[in-house]
Write a protein that binds this ligand. Sequence first.
Ligand SMILES: Cc1cc2nc3c(=O)[nH]c(=O)nc-3n(C[C@H](O)[C@H](O)[C@H](O)COP(=O)(O)OP(=O)(O)OC[C@H]3O[C@@H](n4cnc5c(N)ncnc54)[C@H](O)[C@@H]3O)c2cc1C
Length: 370
Amino acid sequence: MKLSYWEIKSWFTNVDYTIVGSGIVGLNCALQLKQRFPKANILVLEKGILPQGASTKNAGFACFGSLSEILDDLKIHSECEVFSLVKKRVDGLQLLRQTLGDANINYKQFGGFELFTKADSELFEDCLSKKESINNLLKPIFKDEVYSLKSNIFNFKNIQNQYIFNQFEGQIDTGKMMKSLLQKALSRDIKILNNVTVKAFLEDNNSVKIKTKLFEFSTSKLLIATNGFASQLLNEHVKPARAQVLITKPIKNLQIKGTFHLDKGYYYFRNIDDRILLGGGRNLDFKAEETTELKQTELIQNKLEALLKITILPETPFDIDYRWSGIMGVGKQKKAIVKQLSNHVFCGVRLGGMGVAIGSLVGKELSDLV
Ligand SMILES: Cc1cc2nc3c(=O)[nH]c(=O)nc-3n(C[C@H](O)[C@H](O)[C@H](O)COP(=O)(O)OP(=O)(O)OC[C@H]3O[C@@H](n4cnc5c(N)ncnc54)[C@H](O)[C@@H]3O)c2cc1C
């Protein structure tokens, strides 16, 4: 496609920073750069009509790890590493709330609940026996006990009679969060172009030439925030991981309130607008879910529906309203990759299942690299 003189002059000349990806990381990175360099010409390129990876698809848990997840992390990370992972998530959530304001993301701290299946008595016992030591490990961050025991107040079926409750866990309205973030970026004169797929880039002494599906241009610095799609442009160890979700139609007198982690975190659900949003099931077929295709499978959707019927809403009739999927970026290590790749190219990718929590901070760290 040939660009006009006007298009070249107004959008693609003297571009200081080009960011690929308009998810939480890309937009936060753009906002931070604008704050530091108010006169900078910042361009965000996004392949979807909306952000199209995970940031507009997620479950909106403002969480930093369930007890079993933290114990699991301790098997491959040191105590110090796990402490700093949790701290990053907490700081990231604080930054998100500061940047956008609680009303604009509909932040509610209803608490988080970890549910254990009947088959998981051993894991449940293990969590109970280590609860105190994890509370102590996290005391410097929260100054209070994070995990406590609660009885099955919501009457879920086929689970252990008690949950592990996390008083500090919250939830947000993901759509509101991304709308506010986009509005904020646009109001700061950050240019966002949708339907533009970056295919390749080539660096010379002073700039980076960017090749998109339709046109080419040059930028002084390139920042890549493409998370689950990172390996399409970069040589980094990031695997795509699809996560599938469904949401019910509104349910009269729905009493369930909070964010819930079930079966070692393989499933998660929450209340939102008198509905239940439920996701997970990647463990049913990890290989098939290692994809960037935004599709749903019968295997996982049927399992999610069965969980609603058998465990979550056993006595309440419900209908499914929507089903969708999103793409995460994962790796062996839980830590995000935030680094300079060459003189003018940087990346902030591999956010795993915690990008609501760490996305703002990773965006800031990425911007701090330039
Ligand atoms: C179903 C689901 C549920 C989740 N639930 C939670 C949760 O409850 N709590 C939590 O903390 N985290 C959750 N996550 C994870 C969280 O959503 C992500 O970690 C976070 O959104 C990642 O943000 P990002 O900006 O790095 O990536 P993304 O939001 O994926 O943004 C990357 C963007 O780059 C664009 N892009 C990719 N390649 C190109 C290219 N070549 N050219 C142009 N644009 C490109 C993509 O279209 C995309 O919009 C969930 C994820 C999913 C999928």
